[in-house]
Design a protein around this ligand. Structure first.
Ligand code: ADP
Length: 164
């Protein structure tokens, strides 16, 4: 189905941050194409719907044809197989990510041995950046400029009002 190396970058992306964006850009230096796969989990409350998150990520890459953005539900390995990919891309920040990421990678390997998980580090500026903090700060009226793409900033400002 696919002739060029393809990786899946899954996550909640609620919202998509510059840390996520940096990781996609680094990923594109290694893989020809990436699918950013937005987890659509109705059991988890999210600030933005999966459709909104997909839309915002597409905009953030200006509809770059190398970056496909889709929502998915169910088991990640099933989705990866359905799409014809063999690689899951995940980001690592400070030490706190290791435990959880290793558990997930091992579980996914247990479920589907032919799929590999690749880890990449983001740029140093984004080591401590996470979506939860971005939401908290935005909700409390603080500025998250420089932490999220401009189009995401605009959506957060729409939701929570602006504090300049
Ligand atoms: P989750 O899948 O746990 O809901 P997120 O949507 O927040 O996580 O992130 C998706 C992936 O991107 C995860 O692998 C996470 O470790 C990684 N990630 C998130 N923020 C950053 C960042 N600032 N730098 C590097 N990787 C990140």
């Amino acid at each position: 189905m696919h002739d060029k190396p393809l990786a899946i970058y899954p996550g909640s992306f609620d919202p998509f941050t510059l840390g996520h964006k940096d990781l996609v850009e680094r990923g594109l230096a290694v893989f020809d194409r990436l699918v950013v796969a937005v987890v659509d989990n109705p059991q988890k409350t999210s600030l933005f719907t999966s459709e909104e998150r997909v839309q915002m990520i597409r905009e953030a890459f200006d509809y770059d044809p190398r970056v496909r953005v889709e929502a998915f539900d169910g088991l990640l390995v099933d989705y990866v197989k359905a799409i014809g990919a063999r690689v899951i891309l995940r980001g690592l920040r400070a030490v706190s990510d290791f435990e959880y990421e290793f558990q997930m990678a091992q579980m996914n390997r247990q479920l589907e041995d032919s799929i590999e998980t690749f880890f990449m580090m983001t740029g140093q500026n984004f080591f401590y950046l996470n979506s939860r903090l971005v939401k908290e700060v935005a909700r409390l009226g603080g500025s998250v400029r420089g932490l999220v793409p401009d189009n995401v900033l605009a959506r957060l400002e729409e939701k929570f009002g602006v504090n300049r």
